[in-house]
Design a protein around this ligand. Structure first.
Ligand code: AMP
Length: 424
């Protein structure tokens, strides 16, 4: 069907796009203040990167990746998330040789062949950050606090921040064995997917969304109880730093990231207002990931926030958005000669940095004024043949409701000085 986009994709139209631009501006502002530089990586990568960098036992990679062979017979995948690419770029360009930590952010489309529903799409947008090169628990707290600050700046309230620690591969080894012994008698209750990955990755059962797995995992040993002293200290410090700056959290021992390169801190933010797909962001530490994709042993942590869901939560909560397109000047012209003159003035005003527009639909004067009204126009310039013959135009102040005749030659200066006055 050519009149509809592919399932799970969205067009962002004028009227809505201003909201996106506002969110994107907030992202750029907050990233500058927290010291994050933007990184732009390709939308597609070698499939292998995601197999290693996201994990071949994850749902995202196992079931949802857009993978194809290109004309050079390479296996290529559209990125399902941003961390693997950022880490690949970090290694490829040896960013670790620069003063550390490396702090980057990204925004862009991600692609997952997901079951489409409200809040779950096949092309969606994420804002994410990565901090590479430091294992300081203060960095974990900074990253978490920054995500919460971002939501707060957008006016979101009533959010739940869940945090947990999944430990390191060493302390996880004994937990894994305990978990397997706990789950083994319940194996037939697990979903097919969890059964098949039970040996490779039993931790996944704890965060599987299937009811049967949630039921079977009830009472299972959690990662937090078996943390080694270093990991326990790390987690305690993350919480202390969060307490210091007043970030409120819930420790959720079922929150896991099930792969070996995820270590220590895991977190997720929920907006209960937006329905079933309530996760509006999540992240965690991944001290084994850089090595996993072929780089030197390097600690790292990051998050990814889903922008469709952030926007949905904002709309649901009635958050404020800045006004849409507003015009400084609308030029209403009557007659061909006046139109030509209006076109020159339009050009002049725009070059002076004013937001200006004129009619291109041959409207009557009355409907030109009505059209101008749609854009919260500040001033209207009216030029008819009569005014034109005298080298004049009518300048109407749409807020005050007064008008005066102004010589065409000084129109621009007049509007600018009125605008200046207003600012004072
Ligand atoms: P993840 O990379 O799976 O940890 O997801 C991070 C965030 O991206 C989630 O909290 C969601 O807000 C968002 N997200 C993930 N998958 C989708 C999707 N299919 N459609 C829309 N948003 C998504």
């Amino acid at each position: 069907m050519l009149t509809a986009g592919p399932k799970g994709t969205n067009d962002i139209l004028p009227g809505q796009v201003e909201k996106w631009q506002y969110i994107e501006q907030t992202i750029r502002d907050i990233c500058r203040e927290y010291g994050y530089s933007e990184i732009r990586t390709p939308v597609f990568e070698h499939t292998e990167l995601f197999l290693r960098g996201v994990g071949d036992t994850t749902d995202v990679v196992e079931k949802e990746m857009y993978t194809f062979e290109d004309k050079g017979r390479r296996s290529i995948s559209l990125r399902p998330e941003g961390t693997a690419s950022a880490v690949r770029a970090y290694v490829e360009h040896k960013l670790y040789a620069q003063p550390q930590p490396t702090k980057v952010f990204y925004t862009g489309s991600m692609f997952r062949y997901a079951n489409v529903q409200a809040g779950r799409y096949r092309e969606f947008h994420q804002f994410g950050v990565e901090v590479l090169g430091s294992n300081d628990p203060a960095v974990d707290a900074e990253v978490i606090a920054m995500a919460m600050d971002f939501y707060g700046r957008l006016g979101l309230t009533n959010l739940e921040l869940h945090i947990n620690s999944v430990g390191c591969p060493t302390c996880r080894k004994s937990h894994r064995e305990e978990l397997q012994s706990f789950l083994r008698p319940r194996l037939d209750k697990l979903c097919k997917m969890c059964q098949s990955r039970f040996e490779r990755n039993p931790l996944r059962v704890l965060d599987c969304k299937e009811n049967s797995c949630q039921e079977a995992g009830r009472g299972a040993p959690t990662t937090t109880t078996g943390l080694c002293p270093d990991c326990a200290d790390h987690f305690a410090l993350v919480k202390t730093y969060l307490d210091t700056i007043g970030v409120r959290y819930i420790v959720n021992e079922r929150l896991v990231r099930g792969l070996d390169y995820y270590t220590n801190t895991a977190f997720e933010i929920m907006a209960p207002d937006i329905g079933a797909q309530s996760s509006i962001g999540g992240g965690g530490r991944y001290n084994g990931l850089v090595e996993q994709v072929g780089g030197p042993v390097t600690p790292g942590i990051g998050y990814a926030l889903g922008l469709e869901r952030v926007l949905a939560a904002m709309e649901q909560q009635g958050a404020a958005f800045p006004a849409g397109l507003t015009l400084d000047v609308f030029i209403a012209a009557l007659g061909e000669a006046a139109k030509n003159s209006a076109f020159a003035i339009l050009n002049d005003l725009r070059k002076a940095g004013l937001v200006a527009e004129m009619d291109y639909m041959g409207r009557s004067l009355k409907s030109q004024m009505k059209y101008a009204g749609k854009f919260n126009t500040r001033f209207t310039v009216i030029i008819g043949d009569d005014e034109l013959n005298r080298g004049m135009a009518v300048l109407r102040d749409m807020v005050v409701g007064q008008q005066e005749e102004v010589a065409l030659g000084v129109l621009r200066d007049k509007i600018q000085s009125k605008k200046q006055e207003e600012k004072k």
